[in-house]
Design a protein around this ligand. Structure first.
Ligand code: SF4
Ligand code: SF4
Length: 473
């Protein structure tokens, strides 16, 4: 029985509800009247239900599909402007006791080199990340209570926040670790994490059980209710996602939005971010052996429809995707991207030797952070290294209410310009700096509030002339 408020996974991700929503969408995919009505509601930019969103996803009427893309772009523009927040993943350890069939870190893989960063390694890696210009990290670790206990994760977070190298600092650490207990979530919150990220991988229970044959992750219910426990432990910024390619994308899309609806209904705050990874090749993983892969057009439509369904939720795309695909979906709704990423354990300080293999997946976009920043600016995006909200205590419902009132725009745009300026001063190549300085000059004029514009202009001068850092709204 479907119950959006229920604490039970099978009730808030009800298979029956998904099936009935999918068949409604199937029946109405050519129904102009229904789709126009949904679009009208969506154009208020307050979001739509999973059932309505799937109907848009399925829509086969060409001119209405055009309107769907235009609306996604308009929402992206309204809420995120031309800003793109930058981050990098840091893999702490690839020891893992789970048996996930799509990930080379699964327990039985003997080809892969198992590694775990020591605190000294972390200092080296994070110093290298700071020297690239990163301010925001996503920590990744396999599930292994012996090798990667919660104490190790907490110690690593403390180490990362303590490293101050030249003008560098990691100002926000997001965490992507296995589903855990309320007590452990509380400890993560106390350690000052930004977002807790956990991908569902697939919402289809039967497929989930088959794809996770062994290890604690086999427990679908425990995994699916992880965000509820995180919220209970005081973490109010959570990031959800599925791995597209594992099961049918329509099912996953519905599950993802129902999960967001559940968090909003039960805790008053929806997910902070949604990630949209697609299955990639990796050490002993052949993505082609999975039959549910999606093409680039379908992927773009998924991004657009998520943007329409949950306007206040950030959307993340990683270097799994090529430059071309990233370019296409950026204007449809993506608000955060990684750059210069290594998906091996270590590898920022020193590239991994040829005979060692510890990556989780093959990277498609292999450009440096400087190249990614330049590329974004050449397309008139503002790469942003902003981490202000979390540091100002604007998390959870405080963040969401600011978003919903539209006031967040008065923070994001100035912060993007000031953090970009820091990047240009400290890390950019001369060519990138020239392009960036011109961009900032133009974009300062777009700070709507006159007083704020004056403050930003002054702070930009402090950053350039007085070597001062870390201004924020
Ligand atoms: S997906 Fe996560 S839990 Fe599964 S094998 Fe990989 S690291 Fe382990
Ligand atoms: S002001 Fe807040 S929402 Fe805006 S970019 Fe910075 S951290 Fe994100």
């Amino acid at each position: 029985m479907y119950n959006v408020m229920s604490p039970r996974a099978e009730e808030f991700i009800s298979d029956e509800e998904i099936q009935s929503s999918l068949s409604y969408a199937e029946q109405n995919k050519n129904n102009r009247e229904v789709i126009e009505r949904i679009l009208e509601k969506a154009s208020e930019m307050k979001g739509i239900s999973h059932k309505e969103a799937i109907t848009l996803l399925d829509c086969e009427i060409e001119d209405l599909n055009e309107r769907i893309y235009q609306l996604a772009e308009a929402i992206k523009q309204e809420f995120y402007g031309n800003r793109v927040v930058m981050f990098a993943p840091l893999y702490l350890s690839n020891y893992c006791i789970n048996g996930c069939k799509y990930c080379p870190y699964h327990l039985k893989n003997k080809n892969i080199t198992r590694k775990k960063l020591t605190q000294e390694d972390i200092v080296r890696e994070v110093t290298a990340l700071q020297d690239m210009g990163h301010k925001r990290l996503a920590l990744e670790a396999g599930e292994d209570p012996v090798n990667n206990p919660i104490e190790y994760i907490l110690e690593s977070i403390r180490t990362i926040y303590s490293i101050k190298h030249k003008n560098g600092a990691i100002r926000r650490v997001n965490i992507n670790i296995a589903a855990t207990t309320v007590d452990n979530y509380r400890l993560l919150k106390e350690a000052g994490i930004g977002t807790y990220i956990l991908f569902q991988e697939t919402y289809h229970k039967e497929s989930y059980l088959e794809l996770h044959p062994t290890g604690p992750k086999h427990d679908y219910d425990y995994h699916t209710t992880a965000m509820d426990r995180a919220m209970e432990g005081g973490i109010d910024d959570v990031g959800v996602g599925v791995l597209f390619g594992l099961d049918k994308y329509r099912y996953e899309f519905a599950g993802l939005l129902m999960h967001a609806e559940h968090l909003e209904a039960a805790f008053g705050v929806g997910p902070h971010t949604i990630s949209v990874p697609r299955l990639r090749n990796a050490d002993d993983i052949d993505a082609d052996s999975f039959t549910n892969g999606i093409d680039d057009d379908t992927f773009a439509k998924i991004v657009a429809c998520i943007r329409i369904a949950v306007p206040y939720t950030g959307m993340i795309i990683s270097t799994r995707e090529s430059q071309k695909v990233r370019e296409r979906v950026l204007h449809l709704g993506i608000s955060q991207i990684s750059g210069g990423s290594r998906t091996s354990v270590g590898g920022y300080y020193e590239p991994e030797p040829e005979d060692e293999k510890s990556e989780q997946f093959d990277v498609s976009d292999t450009r440096s952070l400087d190249e990614v920043v330049r590329w974004l600016m050449e397309m008139d995006y503002i790469p942003s290294f902003c981490t202000a909200c979390y540091r100002e205590g604007r998390t959870g419902d405080r963040f969401m209410s600011l978003c919903k009132s539209g006031q967040i725009q008065n923070c994001c745009h100035p912060n993007a310009l000031m953090t970009l300026k820091e990047y240009l001063m400290d890390y950019a190549s001369p060519e990138t700096k020239t392009i960036g300085d011109k961009l900032i000059e133009r974009e300062v004029l777009n700070v709507p509030n006159e007083k704020a514009r004056a403050v930003v202009t002054e702070n930009l001068r402090y950053i350039e002339q007085d070597n001062r850092r870390d201004f924020r709204f």
